[in-house]
Design a protein around this ligand. Structure first.
Ligand SMILES: Cc1cc2nc3c(=O)[nH]c(=O)nc-3n(C[C@H](O)[C@H](O)[C@H](O)COP(=O)(O)OP(=O)(O)OC[C@H]3O[C@@H](n4cnc5c(N)ncnc54)[C@H](O)[C@@H]3O)c2cc1C
Ligand SMILES: Cc1cc2nc3c(=O)[nH]c(=O)nc-3n(C[C@H](O)[C@H](O)[C@H](O)COP(=O)(O)O)c2cc1C
Length: 839
């Protein structure tokens, strides 16, 4: 077999040496256009995990790479005059040139043919010349081979919004360093890390608009670099910034990162009468933004996987298929994380209202791959310090009311709870200071106040921090999301609702929402949905609210009011949801006469008198909600129901003042909201649930969601409950854990309003990360609460946090659960230690 690797970067060289090592009889040739010691760029970063993978694949080169590495553990960040630093991150920096030389030497040692200074203009001719059985397209980011077979590989290349330049410096850094500097036009970020005794990589990036506003697009290479030297002088200690891409002209050294995804990685061509596979590898197949430092890791791991597939699969076709299947999934995971990370750096301005400590936490968790508990594993003292900082920011101590009257010894250690007092929202990005310096910034770890021995659990995890909205105090950040139970009779909640909602109130959540409840019979989704248009319903709800308040659990109860609109008169959730009833359907209303789907009724477009009448109904229901004793009121403007049908352009075709622009489309929902706000007690909060994205062409996007939130904020809304989709059957959401949280993050930090995140949040660790990073103020948990009414209590137990009140009659259950989880964790830790000892 003869393997030809076209492109001698990390991917091509590593695959070549692994295949030669696997079978010395295999002929392997690498063709590279540069000379052996030529290279672009400076150092690259690999994590400890990647080094372990290299060790397993080829111990000889792994040893040399390991020896050549500059290893560090800390990440340090400078922002608005403050330095924040945490440890345990385990990274290595190596000069790209050094890495390539090690791989080249190892190739030669094993007998790989290296052909330098040969530009491949025709891969087929080259394959024919070398009589190749397998061609590896390892020709990097701008792969010529990928372009040639674009119809087969189907690449998607997206240019991201920032401009960046990859520079070097002889300033050395003892941590992976991020520096943020603000100018009159916006933010610049530097990513710096040392990769040998005297040299560091120094990448500077800024949004395209800021780059242009400074005229960097018109500047010579030298002037652009001098600009960076002035801007980041504080960090450079008098050392210049160096450029080794002098062959690139002018401002072209500043590039926009191309995100590359290919649908297929393997293609066959008939070359010299033989069916020859051409296989993408490394940057030619995919890219991941440099801010998560994974490009070289992915290239090396592609090589490891393809070599493994050749060793384990019965034939070449099977090996190539397996390679594509395994690697495309792995790469997608990294690319998802990289997209979050890229977007974070593109939107530094959005987070600039955060204080440095929280800005750092937000940066560290930006990809959503590093969670709160991951940070604890890396640097427990720092995280503990941050938790204390967060608690101080949002809390003042007060005595807890016992969950049930009477005294309990078991409760004593949880007797001081905290109450949120200070406004926690970020400052809105303020007027820009000219070249503001981080002057005098002294590095200080967040973990300034180590936890005392024996006080484990004394610090409130972010999930358990209290929150005050208007005059309502919530004991923690967990909300039972509104969920239709389809168990009402004539709109009246039944004993089922009392038990269902009561159990969840006892289960530790701070706020328990009643399902979407209609202000008139025709506003229900199904005949079994709840309503609040008469006093019988009001009294039935009062019974539930009274139970929640009297239970001593300290939970609050909220009502979600909404009208089903074009999605009304349909079947219950466990039959065929969103489909019309077999009989007994009632006429529907909507913004426009557009059916939700081919089988749904065509609704009637609301007249102005319909709108007036219904607005009064909402206000009446609001008054009844106050009478029933609800603590919180939410208006449902999401998921394609009546008010949502006004907001999304996909269902609003009106030509009056209620259609057209976003402001017009929001007019009626805002009128309803204002009528409700007037009828609702001023000291109690109101939220609005929105679909922050329609996930369909022509629909609302996250940009619109920001504007929608602004309008509701101006109307007196306290919290935006950020859901998405369900407004059209054509929606194609991109699901994933916490997939709607980025919308909540954006709204909170751009609009300066509290948000509730919802959707695929299923663990305390996720809630802790969301709250601690300032992505949302509350987390609504829906389906997990169907499986476990005491979700909050159980998650707190998994954290081994004692600062959550259990109902007194359940205390023996609590103590047993904590013991069991403690033992389980001990056993896991012991197994880990045993495993480590074997290695
Ligand atoms: C600013 C920046 C910072 C980065 N930081 C990191 C980091 O910290 N950690 C990390 O892991 N990765 C980092 N990367 C990414 C990393 O450099 C690449 O992902 C990695 O080098 C990919 O390896 P590769 O072998 O696929 O491609 P490359 O390294 O690009 O190698 C491709 C090779 O093919 C050769 N070639 C191309 N066309 C031809 C042709 N027609 N004929 C002959 N030869 C050809 C090229 O000369 C080159 O040597 C960074 C990238 C950038 C831009
Ligand atoms: C059975 C069920 C009923 C629901 N009913 C409502 C509702 O009445 N109002 C609403 O806004 N969302 C409703 N939802 C959506 C949830 O509130 C929540 O947004 C969604 O399930 C995503 O959260 P999760 O991933 O935690 O389940 C319902 C969800 C489920 C599973």
């Amino acid at each position: 077999m003869h393997i030809l690797c076209l492109g001698g970067g990390p991917a091509g060289l590593y695959f070549a040496l692994l295949m030669k090592q696997q079978d010395p009889a295999t002929r392997v040739t690498v063709v590279e256009r540069n000379r052996p010691f030529d290279t672009f760029g400076w150092g690259v970063v690999l994590s400890d995990q990647t080094l372990a993978n290299l060790q397993a694949a080829d111990p000889a080169s792994a040893k040399l790479i390991g020896d050549a590495f500059n290893h560090w553990d800390d990440v340090e960040m400078f922002f608005k005059g403050t330095a924040v630093r945490s440890g345990g991150h385990g990274f290595c920096g190596i000069g790209r040139k050094r890495l390539l030389n090690i791989l080249q030497d190892r190739c030669l040692e094993l007998g790989v043919d290296l052909v330098f200074e040969t530009d491949v203009s025709d891969d087929q001719a080259m394959a024919a010349q070398y009589n190749a059985d397998l061609v590896i397209a390892s020709d990097g980011l701008n792969s010529r081979i990928r372009s040639r077979y674009a119809d087969a590989f189907r690449p998607d290349v997206e240019l991201r919004n920032c401009r960046f330049v990859w520079l070097g410096t002889h300033q050395t850094f003892d941590a992976f360093t991020f520096a943020f500097e603000q100018t009159e036009h916006g933010w610049f970020a530097a990513h710096a890390y040392q990769f040998d005794a005297t040299t560091s990589t120094f990448i500077v990036e800024t949004p395209e608009a800021v780059w242009k506003a400074h005229g960097l697009d018109e500047m010579s290479q030298q002037d652009g670099i001098a600009f960076c030297e002035r801007l980041f002088a504080h960090y450079l200690g008098g050392h210049p910034l160096m450029n080794n891409a002098t062959h690139v002209r002018g401002s072209a050294i500043w590039i926009r990162f191309p995100r590359v995804v290919c649908e297929r990685w393997v293609h066959h061509e008939t070359i010299d009468g033989r069916r020859t596979p051409i296989v993408l590898m490394g940057d030619a197949a995919h890219t991941a933004h440099f801010s998560i430092g994974s490009g070289t890791k992915l290239a090396l791991e592609d090589a490891i996987e393809l070599a493994r597939c050749f060793a384990t699969q019965p034939d070449a076709d099977a090996a190539l298929q397996a390679y594509e299947a395994v690697r495309s999934v792995e790469v997608l995971k990294i690319q998802n994380a990289a997209r979050n990370s890229t977007e974070w750096f593109e939107n530094v301005e959005r987070y600039s209202g955060l204080e440095a400590e929280q800005f750092f936490y937000s940066m560290m968790t930006r990809s959503q791959r590093i969670s709160h508990e991951n940070l604890r594993v890396r640097d427990a003292a720092w995280l503990q310090g941050y938790e204390q900082w967060l608690a101080r920011r949002s809390t003042a101590p007060r005595l807890t009311k016992p969950a049930f009257p009477g005294k309990s010894k078991a409760l004593e250690h949880g007797s001081v709870e905290a109450a949120q007092t200070a406004a926690e929202l970020p400052d809105q990005p303020g007027p820009r200071n000219r070249l503001r310096r981080a002057a005098g910034a002294a590095a200080h770890p967040g973990g300034s106040e180590p936890r005392e021995a024996g006080s484990v659990g004394a610090i409130l995890p972010p999930m358990l921090l209290p929150l005050t909205v208007r005059e309502l105090q919530l004991k923690n950040r967990i909300v039972v999301s509104p969920m239709a139970m389809y168990s009402a009779v004539d709109g009246v909640p039944q004993d089922f609702h009392l038990v269902h909602l009561g159990a969840r109130a006892l289960g530790g959540a701070a706020l328990v929402f009643v399902e979407m409840t209609a202000p008139e019979p025709e506003g229900r989704i199904t005949p079994a949905c709840t309503g609040l248009w008469n006093d019988v319903q009001m009294l039935a709800f009062k019974r539930i609210a009274d139970f929640v308040h009297a239970s001593g659990a300290g939970a609050k109860i909220g009502l979600q009011l909404g009208h089903s609109g074009p999605k009304g008169s349909t079947q219950v959730g466990w039959k065929t949801p969103d489909e019309p009833l077999p009989d007994g359907n009632w006429p529907l209303l909507a913004a426009s006469a557009l059916a939700y789907g081919p089988t749904n009724q065509v609704p009637q477009a609301m007249t102005h008198s319909d709108m007036h009448r219904l607005k009064d109904r909402f206000a009446q229901s609001t008054r009844r909600a106050a009478e029933a004793g609800f603590d919180w009121l939410e208006l449902h403007c999401a998921h394609g129901y009546l008010l949502s049908s006004f907001i999304t352009p996909l269902t609003n075709q009106r030509s009056d003042d209620y259609g057209g622009s976003l402001e017009n489309r929001c007019r009626y929902p805002l009128e309803v909201f204002s009528a409700m706000r007037e009828a609702w007690p001023a000291h109690l909060p109101m939220s609005v649930r929105i679909s922050a994205h329609d996930w369909a062409p022509g629909g609302n996007t996250a940009d619109d969601a920001v504007e929608i939130a602004r309008l509701f904020k101006a109307a007196g809304c306290d919290v935006i409950d950020v859901s998405s989709g369900q407004t059209t059957r054509a929606a194609r959401p991109v699901y994933g854990r916490m997939y709607q949280t980025p919308f909540a993050d954006r709204i909170r930090n751009e609009v300066g309003i509290r948000t509730m995140a919802v959707g695929a949040i299923s663990e305390a660790d996720q809630v802790n990360s969301i709250i601690a990073a300032g992505r949302a103020d509350l987390c609504a948990i829906a389906r997990p609460h169907l499986a476990d009414p005491a979700w909050t209590l159980h998650e707190a137990a998994r954290l081994q946090s004692r600062q959550v009140d259990w109902p007194l009659p359940y205390l023996s259950g609590r103590d047993q659960l904590y013991r069991e989880i403690f033992k389980q964790k001990e056993a896991e830790a012991q197994a880990d230690r045993a495993q480590a000892a074997i290695k």
